[in-house]
Design a protein around this ligand. Structure first.
Ligand code: IMP
Length: 440
């Protein structure tokens, strides 16, 4: 049974939730491997809309869902998410498993996140303010507190006392911000421990056993390639390994047990927060795409910056993730554009770049080289096959495929599951022959 990674190819918000939702009925297990409650996956099932932050959307299909060791867990937010699912009749017991080794987001992490952003001034990252970066800082500095520590009161208290002393000094002396009390956090987190204990386990071992017994695993990436801590547009990134490699380190499943990688890309590009964005749109067209695509963050509600499809970014995502195929989302958002641009290369200091540059100053100063095509000015929603698309929309899709060099597997033309075209020759059908039933 194939084990497949689904990964964002741009700056996040590519519509991974819908793609994962289409594939999930055909796998046994869905696992999150990085990020925290900075992510927001919106899934529409029938008339119901769910926004999931830390729990894989597979939970809505009664699949076994794992929060892997690479995730940072805000226990209060996670419990709220769990309670909201239970209220809507979703069964968690026997379906949700949380890694003992996942690190905890503590109350001082969001405080440090906000204080650090305020100090950065014009170089601020534009984080979600959820404390994700500072939680990973503690993990790397080897002072982090893990989910498993919650189950050992003596150890938890010891680690908490050490951390609160250190963070309070930082907050008071560097940031001039309010400090925290050990007793209050202890009381609150020990209550969380009671709630979470039944779900906490050695998920690496569990996943390996399930794979050995023939289960199929879907690795659900959060954010996107360009926000990866190593491969993204550093320092305007998130603090985790969002790319396919993170699926192994963030779960304990070895790379040799992963069989394929599916990338998700919007038919245009968006970015939330600061940082370079070469193919960014401006003026009326930016407003049109933002409104039509409802480009507002599902976690923070912030408006997303909009840009044209950037083939430089996509080719980079193909290389870094080893993508076998790409699901193209939100094609319908471009239905009313009279002209559509595709960024094919960057111009920099008089030369042309055809590979995405690693140097942050080059990305910041690069100018997009555009190819312009006529818009199709017709609806794409409802098309069940590529041949049903308006001819100019088909040409747009084919041109993107040609520029990025890997085949599309799905083309999404709306939020509903049945507003999806399944591309006949895609690897997705080879991995999951029954996936056809999910998009009918
Ligand atoms: P952080 O992850 O909150 O530290 O934010 C770091 C950067 O990643 C900021 O530019 C955020 O806007 C961006 N980011 C974090 N999570 C998401 C997401 O789920 N979608 C899009 N951007 C995100």
């Amino acid at each position: 049974m194939p084990n497949i990674v689904v990964v964002g190819t741009q700056w996040g918000d590519e519509g991974k939730g819908k793609v994962v939702d289409v594939i999930t009925p055909h796998v046994d297990v869905v696992v999150r491997y990085q990020g925290g409650n900075n992510a927001g996956h919106t899934v529409v099932v029938g008339r119901e809309k769910y926004v999931l932050q830390s729990i894989p959307s597979g939970i809505l299909h009664r699949r076994r869902c794992v929060v892997g060791c690479g995730v940072v867990v805000n226990p209060g937010a996670l419990i709220e998410e769990m309670e909201a699912l239970v209220r809507r009749g979703v069964v968690l017991d026997g379906n949700l498993f949380i890694s003992k080794n996942a690190h905890l987001i503590m109350p001082y992490h969001p405080a440090l996140d906000r204080a650090s952003e305020a100090k950065l001034g014009s170089r601020r990252i534009g984080t979600t303010g959820r404390g994700v970066g500072p939680a990973y800082v503690d993990k790397a500095a080897r002072v982090g507190i893990r989910v498993g520590d919650l189950l050992n009161e003596r150890l938890f208290r010891e680690k908490l006392e050490m951390n609160v002393a250190q963070k309070n000094r930082l907050l008071r002396e560097i940031y001039d911000a309010p400090t925290f009390s050990v007793a209050e956090i202890l009381d609150q987190y020990l209550r969380y421990a009671g709630w979470l204990a039944p779900y906490v386990t050695d998920t690496g071992l569990l996943l390996t056993r399930w794979i050995e017994s023939g289960f199929s695993v879907l690795f659900e990436g959060a954010q996107g390639t360009m926000l990866d801590i190593d491969h993204g547009t550093y320092p305007f990134i998130t603090s985790s390994s969002t790319t396919a490699g993170g699926a192994a380190t963030g779960t304990g499943v070895p790379p040799t047990r992963i069989h394929g990688v599916l990338g998700v890309a919007k038919a245009y590009t968006t970015r939330v927060g600061g940082g370079p964005f070469p193919a960014e749109m401006s003026g009326k067209i930016a407003e049109h795409v933002q409104a039509r695509g409802n480009e507002y963050g599902s976690v923070t509600g912030r408006p997303r910056r909009c840009g044209w499809f950037d083939a430089m970014v996509l080719r980079y995502a193909v290389r870094i993730n080893g993508l076998d195929t790409v699901a193209l989302t939100k094609l319908d958002v471009l239905d009313q554009c009279a002209a559509i641009k595709i960024c094919t290369a960057y111009r920099y200091q008089g030369g042309i770049l055809t590979d995405f540059p690693e140097d942050e100053t080059v990305v910041a100063e690069a100018e997009p080289v555009y190819e312009e095509i006529e818009g199709w000015l017709a609806t794409t929603s409802g098309a069940k096959n590529e041949v049903d698309l308006p001819a100019k929309a088909r040409r747009y899709v084919e041109r993107l495929e040609e520029l990025i060099g890997v085949p599309f597997c799905l083309i999404s033309t709306g939020a509903q599951r049945d507003e999806t075209i399944l591309c006949e020759t895609s690897p997705l059908l080879r991995w999951f022959p029954s996936v056809r039933s999910s998009v009918l």
